[in-house]
Design a protein around this ligand. Structure first.
Ligand code: SF4
Ligand code: SF4
Length: 441
């Protein structure tokens, strides 16, 4: 694509980076066919190509964001299906991240929208605040119907609908410390405790630590780590996102200095995509750029790490039919497609892949709160494709997808690690049945 930026504009490194990305786009439109919002809404401006034109126009003319561009960028899920499809290697992720930061800087949203976003950024990344907010959700639940009728309050209704009726107690496993590996030592890793996942389902990290330590891996929960910054990054709040990234880089660098790390284990793929991008996000910060590159190189999804170990034969082979839902951040963001399915198959599960596996389930960070109508359409499409597989459980590697799919599916939705842990001697995940088709060994 031809661009017309002035040299003064290109002196801004963010603009220079976006210009490089824009020049790679050849307008072929292949990406439109796999874009969930184009597939759902049928509007070119809600396709990757349409959004790329809008961003180019805004940046090239150096103008503030307007209502039109905000509408179409807000509707983008950042699912990155367009990046998987694009034959020209257009880095849409970095382009839309820049556009979101530009919107945040130059556009004044309506008051209620600003308040909702500020509240999400204040609550979600902090486990104690999030836990308290979920407890308060019970008081708002009777008013969901009323909130749904008022367009400006739809996000509040969506939040209340997503809030679980009960939340598990905080996990002691999430506290800083070292969990020793059993038997011969096979590695030393740090684990991201994260934010929303540690409140909604602390058993995911507990299970991960239990399985890894049984396999001989020492697991460190470093002092000082927290939210990866993805939630606010996708809202264009760059300063807050970069502060989270720096804090985590510091925490993991200390763990590296205190005994080395083979990997930084991440159990929510949405966080994994962002942490693997820390090197880029902090490239202009000379105090952090090298350390951030190092951290990004060490970041591994738990299935990616397990696939690199020589796993023993499973203790039992459940034979359960599993629909594997590949989160967008897993398949498009991190290009991890093979490992989770291979691990599940090796562990004795029968893996089925739902149709239209490339399409987002509509969760996408805060998307199911801020764009609840499109999100619900995508969720229902995803659930019907999952249910058509005839599976008795859904496995996926991202807490956002688990919450989203479970809000409409009739079958249990669990993190992949819980099924693997079961096969390797851990407890049977709640609600998941053993098929009895394959005898336990
Ligand atoms: S990130 Fe997803 S929703 Fe956004 S333009 Fe790309 S394919 Fe469409
Ligand atoms: S597929 Fe790639 S090159 Fe083609 S229009 Fe989409 S972003 Fe541009």
């Amino acid at each position: 694509m031809q661009t017309n930026f002035t040299s003064a504009q290109l002196a801004d490194p963010h603009v220079a980076e976006s210009e490089k990305i824009l020049r790679k786009c050849v307008h072929c439109g292949f990406c439109t066919a796999t874009c969930p919002t184009y597939v759902t809404l049928g509007n070119e401006l809600d396709s990757p190509r349409g959004r790329i034109y809008l961003i180019k126009d805004m940046l090239e003319n150096g103008r503030p964001a307007d209502k039109e561009i905000v509408t179409h960028i807000d509707r983008c899920l950042s699912c990155l299906a367009c990046m998987t499809t694009c034959p020209s290697g257009v880095n849409y992720m970095h382009l839309v991240d820049h556009a979101r930061a530009h919107i945040e800087e130059t556009y004044k949203r309506p008051l209620l929208d600003r308040m909702t976003r500020a509240m999400l950024a204040f609550v979600l990344p902090y486990p104690n605040r999030f836990r308290a907010a979920l407890k308060l959700a019970g008081f708002g639940r009777p008013f969901i119907g009323l909130f749904e009728k008022l367009p400006a309050l739809k996000p509040v209704a969506a939040m209340l609908k997503l809030a679980p009726l009960s939340i598990p107690p905080a996990s002691p496993t999430a506290s800083p410390g070292v969990h020793a590996g059993q038997g011969a030592k096979r590695g030393r890793v740090a684990i991201l405790t994260g934010c929303a996942q540690s409140v909604l389902d602390p058993a995911i990290n507990e299970t991960t630590i239990s399985l890894l330590t049984r396999l001989g891996v020492e697991v460190v929960v470093p002092e000082g780590e927290g939210c990866c910054g993805a939630l606010v990054h996708h809202m264009g709040r760059e300063d807050q996102a970069l502060a989270s990234a720096r804090r985590n880089v510091d925490a993991w660098m200390r763990a590296i200095e205190q005994g080395g790390l083979d990997a930084i284990i991440i159990t929510a793929s949405g966080c994994g995509t962002t942490i693997k991008d820390y090197g880029f996000m902090l490239r202009l910060d000379s105090a952090y750029s090298e350390k951030a590159e190092r951290v990004s190189a060490l970041a591994k999804d738990v299935t990616e790490y397990l696939a690199s170990l020589d796993l023993p034969e499973p203790v039992r082979k459940p034979g359960t039919i599993v629909a594997y839902h590949s989160a967008c951040s897993m398949q498009h963001g991190q290009k991890i497609t093979r490992q989770p399915k291979e691990l599940l198959t090796k562990a004795g599960f029968v893996v089925r892949e739902p149709r239209e596996g490339h399409l987002c389930c509509g969760s996408a960070g805060t998307y199911n709160i801020l764009q609840s109508e499109i999100s619900a359409k995508l969720r229902d499409r995803k659930v019907s494709n999952i249910e058509a597989t005839g599976a008795s459980v859904v496995a996926t590697g991202n807490i956002g997808c688990i919450t989203q799919i479970a809000s409409a599916a009739k079958l249990p939705v669990v993190h992949t690690i819980k099924l693997l842990d079961w096969a390797y001697g851990g407890p049977q995940p709640e609600g998941v049945a053993d098929s009895g088709l394959i005898a336990a060994e």
